[in-house]
Design a protein around this ligand. Structure first.
Ligand code: FE
Ligand code: CA
Length: 533
């Protein structure tokens, strides 16, 4: 049977069984028993196509993005025929998928690695749903997801997790296995979702350094094959941004780590961005060039507004020769240097100053707090972009911007700290926000330096907690009168399972107006931020 005829047959089936909301019971009968149907194999070459699991993301009050990718041979290009394939989907209010509230048939385009992005709309706010895909008569795993509260509402709380830096070769995703057991509304991934580099360690990583579309696809497929990563995606909607390793270590805009510029690097970046889009449940059109704007905002009623940033695509090149750890040089202090690019900087300025939210959460990549390390600075962080940081902290300090809360990844260390208007005078400076730094899922802190890092950073007066020695994730609960963060760390990433424990709990001081609260939560007058290096 030709695929057009087959999809026609399936369309007729769908009309018969899924044609209207009024026949939800019939839909349940039609949807459930399809595994091992005689249709299996006609469209997907005979293998089970849902080897990469399912995911959801970018939850809105009435919509959420559902994702999967058909890949019967995931580590070798996917193993699909070179044609588009129809994929049915349902979303229901129950785990058994009996009460289907929306359904349809999406296309898995061959041009985008047979990935499926469905924006399931018309949903109820603040509601838990379950969803499933079907292709070729075969069912995907069932995923659970959740919509955001209605616009303008005042939800009692938002509970979210965040994670970053999951080098597959560095270990097992025991952090994700434990994260999947948490009671959360939504999770954020702050980047280094994959590592492009060659070689493994605890686990082997096939292929060399990913530099092409095929290479990046196989790398995402390796990661998405991991059962613990699949579990966290089945369990929560995720809001995903990227850091450097989704393309290349420490790249900046159109400049590679090795200083390759122009078409050679932009071609690589375009292919890396495309593979990222293909493998994430994101609400954005497919990439058509080397540029892919991914910064975006999501709200949880008036309780929290989430600003998801991209600190890689638009940044100025790393200053002072590009070394990661170096003293600050004059180049770093150039006010023309940017971390976000002009458009994104204007976007967050508009967003923050017009935000109605009590908590303004900024989900981003690199450490924002001033972090001198024995006279040296990590110049890939905001420390290498001090003028850009000053501009953002000035916004944070404005009275109309309430309770800025920065989420940070990248550094493979846990941390909690205050963002100051004036780091030269930490005892008297206004506190303009708070920063929660999550440790890596697996990626290691540079060899043997974790004790030194813990010691040095713990001595900084604006740092409340630091621990570079443990892997894990962070959970946060925000309410109208409190904010609590828990740094959850695992015992090991070199075994397939691990216990988890809370390494530190922080009651984040909450100001009732303005971004500025002092150590004890008392609002303080905001001084003009400055940075003198
Ligand atoms: Fe990393
Ligand atoms: Ca990084």
């Amino acid at each position: 049977m030709a695929s057009e005829e087959l999809s026609l047959v399936r369309l007729v089936d769908r009309r018969r069984f899924l044609g209207g909301a009024a026949v939800a019971a019939a839909a349940a009968i039609a949807w459930r028993p399809s595994l091992s149907s005689a249709q299996s194999g006609l469209l997907t070459g005979g293998g089970y196509p849902f080897t990469l699991g399912v995911a959801s993301g970018d939850p809105l009050p009435t919509a959420v993005v559902l994702w999967t990718r058909l890949a019967p041979d995931p580590l070798n290009g996917g193993g699909m025929p070179n044609s588009d394939v129809p994929v049915d989907w349902v979303i229901a209010t129950d785990e058994g998928l009996a009460n289907v509230v929306a359904s349809g048939t999406a296309t898995a385009p061959a041009a985008f690695a047979h990935s499926v992005h469905v924006d399931a709309t018309g949903l109820d706010p603040d509601t838990t749903y379950w969803y499933q895909f079907r292709a070729d008569g075969l069912d995907s795993p069932v995923g659970r997801t959740r919509t955001a509260p209605p616009p303008g509402s005042s939800p009692a709380s938002v509970r979210f997790g965040f994670a970053s830096c999951q080098n597959y070769g560095s270990g097992y995703f025991t952090a994700h296995a434990n994260l999947a057991n948490e009671d959360l509304d939504v999770c954020f991934h702050l980047g280094d979702y994959i590592y492009e580099g060659a070689g493994g360690g605890v686990r082997s990583v096939p292929g060399g350094e990913a530099t092409t579309l095929a290479g990046y696809r196989n790398r995402y497929a390796l990661y998405r094959s991991d059962p613990d990563l699949q579990a966290v995606h089945r369990r929560f909607p995720w809001v995903v941004t990227w850091d450097d390793h989704e393309v290349e270590n420490n790249y900046a805009a159109d400049i590679s780590e090795e200083g390759i510029t122009g078409v050679a690097f932009l071609t690589r970046r375009a292919e890396a961005y495309q593979a990222w889009w293909e493998h994430q449940a994101v609400r954005m059109p497919p990439p058509v060039s080397a540029d892919l704007p991914i910064y975006r905002n999501l709200t949880w009623g008036t309780l929290a507004s989430f600003f998801v940033l991209d600190t890689r695509q638009y940044r100025s090149d790393q200053a002072c020769g590009g070394a990661t750890l170096a003293p600050l040089c004059a180049e770093a202090l150039d006010p023309a240097r940017t971390m976000l690019g002009a458009a994104q900087e204007q976007w967050i300025a508009n967003g923050l100053t017009s935000s109605a939210a009590l908590w303004n959460v900024v989900a981003q990549q690199v450490v924002m707090a001033y972090t001198p390390l024995v006279g040296q600075f990590n110049l890939d962080q905001w420390d290498g972009y001090p003028a850009a940081r000053d501009r953002l902290l000035e916004l944070f300090g404005r009275p109309e911007v309430r309770n800025p809360l920065v989420l940070t990844g990248d550094i493979h260390a846990s941390g909690a700290g205050r963002l100051l208007a004036d780091y030269d005078n930490p005892d008297t400076s206004a506190v303009v926000g708070h920063e929660l730094v999550g440790t890596s899922v697996t990626s290691t802190f540079p060899g043997g330096l974790d004790d030194l890092f813990n010691q040095v950073t713990s001595g900084l007066p604006w740092v409340e907690y630091a621990n570079a020695s443990k892997r894990g994730y962070v959970t946060v609960e925000l309410t109208a009168d409190s904010g609590t963060a828990n740094w959850r760390v695992v015992d090991t990433v070199t075994a397939t399972t691990s216990a988890v424990q809370t390494d530190f709990t922080w009651d984040i001081p909450l100001g009732d107006s303005g971004g500025a609260v002092d150590n004890s939560g008392t609002p303080v007058v905001t001084a003009a931020p400055r940075f003198t290096g």
